[in-house]
Design a protein around this ligand. Structure first.
Ligand code: CTP
Length: 424
């Protein structure tokens, strides 16, 4: 997992060096971003030696690589320890005057603040309001430990011990579905009920439908089912019950799903509509054939020397996602419906224009868009997507392995669920 460790300017900065060690020893790749004030307590050489990466807090270093954008985007997890009153205030008000604060604004994965400051500063209404703001936006702000502070004073305000921060941070990443967190540490399993997906039922369709021409031939597509399988794995990891509607797949569905195998678009439609009433979320990741042969021969179609090659007439398949949206709306259901759009640009518009039009046409809540071409996306291990929301939230991009993309999509679904359908 890629972790950004932000270090604020407080005496507890020295404890962040132990935290860094705990992360790197567990195999995580950590980039440290100290604030300028942190440099008064611990020098850059310490961070560089322990992390194995160059360390800077300037947005003007590595300008061509747009480091302030890249670090936040690529981080699976951002941990700020110690988070000073000043840093919490900057984060709460969205200030971006150095590399750490810009990274916090760019981060799309889970963010954890471990505060450390004098008791009066922690208890001040301004700090408490900032903590409230950050929590309401989805960040995790740990309660500081109670005990001896820098001077003779003692009370709440101590930085929690590095092991406690590590455990909280990794549990947060695991709950957010960040791939590769569960194996890292025994304490990582998300406490059940701690993720918005725990106990929810997610139906995921995956793979490519096959439309029969005769008993041995079909019209198919290049979908491998890898993205759907990765989504199922991420949803399971987040504690969901996963019903997996599998069309043709090149990979095995993950262990632990409730498997429903289907062949054609019509079979998938029946399975999806049957699954809708008791699902909290339906993700249509399957590549559904838009057309099927109008006639299916009951016997193998033979070539004959005295006949022309047959012409296959096609008819439209139902749009399953659209039907799910209509059925949900007609029944007053609250299921979150998620589509995947495989798009190429053409003379009528670019990828995103087509995707936005598709989102509105289908009426689903989220549309995960990827750019396809022959040999691109289908069957490949890596992927790059943009998540569009019908409610007009900012488009969110995610890239990396299909597991990384799946984790980001499941994370986003969790965030939508806690907003749209409050847990019972
Ligand atoms: N989908 C569906 N039923 C169909 C076709 C697609 O439910 N008959 C779903 C897919 O599972 C996916 C989303 O709709 O979640 C978008 O699929 P895509 O193939 O990109 O869109 P199409 O509806 O085929 O649109 P177009 O042909 O205009 O690209």
């Amino acid at each position: 997992m890629r972790i950004v460790l932000g270090v604020g300017g407080g005496i507890a900065a020295y404890k962040a060096a132990s935290l860094l060690r705990l992360f790197t020893e567990a195999g995580h790749d950590v980039t440290v971003i100290p604030t300028e004030a942190a440099g008064k307590f611990v020098g850059v050489a310490t961070w560089e030696a322990l992390s194995g990466h160059p360390v800077s807090n300037s947005v003007f270093d590595e300008v061509p690589q747009v480091r302030h954008v890249r670090l936040g985007h690529e981080a699976d997890l951002v941990v700020v320890a110690p988070a000073t009153a000043d840093l919490l205030a900057k984060a709460a008000t969205g200030q971006a005057d150095d590399l750490l604060t810009t990274t916090l604004l760019m981060a799309r994965g889970p963010v954890l603040f471990a505060p450390a400051m004098h008791t009066e500063m922690w208890q001040h209404a301004a700090t408490q309001a900032n903590v409230e703001t950050l929590r309401s936006r989805g960040a995790t702000v740990l309660e500081p430990a109670t005990g001896r502070l820098t001077g003779p004073d003692s009370g709440p305000g101590r930085l929690p011990e590095p092991e406690a921060i590590r455990d909280a941070a990794l549990a947060l990443a695991s709950a957010a579905g960040v791939a590769g967190t569960v194996q890292d540490h025994t304490l990582l399993a998300a406490p059940s009920g701690s993720t918005p997906l725990a106990g929810r039922t997610i139906t995921i369709s995956a793979g490519g439908t096959r439309e029969a021409l005769d008993p041995v031939r079909f019209l198919g597509n290049r979908s491998s089912g890898k993205q759907g399988a990765a989504l199922a794995a991420a949803a399971l990891e987040a504690g969901a019950r996963v019903r997996f509607l599998a069309a043709h797949m090149d990979v095995e569905p993950p262990a632990g799903v409730e498997l429903v195998s289907v062949e054609s678009a019509l079979e998938l439609r029946d399975a999806a509509l049957a699954a809708l009433p008791d699902s909290d979320v339906v993700i249509m990741a399957a590549a559904v054939a838009d057309f099927r042969p109008a006639e299916v021969s009951g016997t193998k179609i033979k070539k004959r020397d005295d006949q022309e090659a047959p012409v296959v007439r096609l008819v439209r398949n139902p749009d399953i996602l659209h039907e799910l949206v209509d059925t949900r709306n007609a029944s007053g259901g609250e299921q979150l419906l998620v589509g995947f759009a495989a798009e190429t640009g053409d003379e009528e518009g670019g990828v995103m224009e087509h995707a936005q039009a598709k989102l509105e046409r289908k009426g689903c809540d989220l549309l995960v868009v990827n750019h396809v071409g022959v040999g691109r996306v289908f069957g490949q291990d890596d992927n790059s997507v943009v998540i569009l929301s019908l409610r007009g939230a900012e488009p969110q991009s995610a890239s990396g392995s299909k597991a990384d993309v799946a984790a980001a999509v499941i994370d986003r679904i969790g965030a939508e669920l806690s907003r749209v359908v409050p847990p019972a």
